[in-house]
Design a protein around this ligand. Sequence first.
Ligand SMILES: [Zn+2]
Length: 234
Amino acid sequence: MKNVRAKEICVDGLPVLVWWKRIKNVNLSVKAVDGQVRISVPWKTSESRVRQLLLSRLDWIEQQRQRMQKLPKPVVLHGDDGEVHQFFGVLYPLTVVYDGGRHHVEFNEQKGIVLYVRSGTARHRRLQVIDDWYRAELSARIPALIKRWEVLMNVQVNEWRIKKMKTRWGTCNISSRRVWLNLELARQPEICLEYIIVHEMVHLLERGHTRKFYDHLNRLLPRWREVDALLQPC
Ligand SMILES: [Zn+2]
């Protein structure tokens, strides 16, 4: 049995990606990353009904798109002074200080991300220092989240790690009870970190993405779909 079906339709000149899923509620989102409009609808919803729904929400969609156009477009990052970097879903300016000291990052809400490196430090190395800082920030948050959900779910995680992954936000090795989390989660809204941890931990209760899996997830995090919609494509 297929669980998803997708199609791009055009409503009032607006391209919309429609996902038919085995879900109960309609979920409409505009992606911050490219302004793309997506709607997930229950499996049996007709295309004309989808069009009706979208037409009734056109004002809202337009508002979202205009709000997002004000955000800087994602660019290839080099770790250069003046770049904009994302930290837990918020965009901050990057300041690079060449001070000859220990490579590190200092962060605060007002100044944003301040990267201290020795002069002549190559781009890839500057980005690595930022990644190390992301890793440290994630590492500071993950143990308490895992502990909290171990108690709530009555499961045990033996080991966790942060990895750079191209296509997954997280993975769970069930037999070794090991959870790997994508370093990119440091750029996503902070609530996404907890959601991915819970998702991976639910795999300790149910291996596949079965109805039982989603029953657990719905019970533990009833609003997980809203959080899922915040995640940019990884
Ligand atoms: Zn999964």
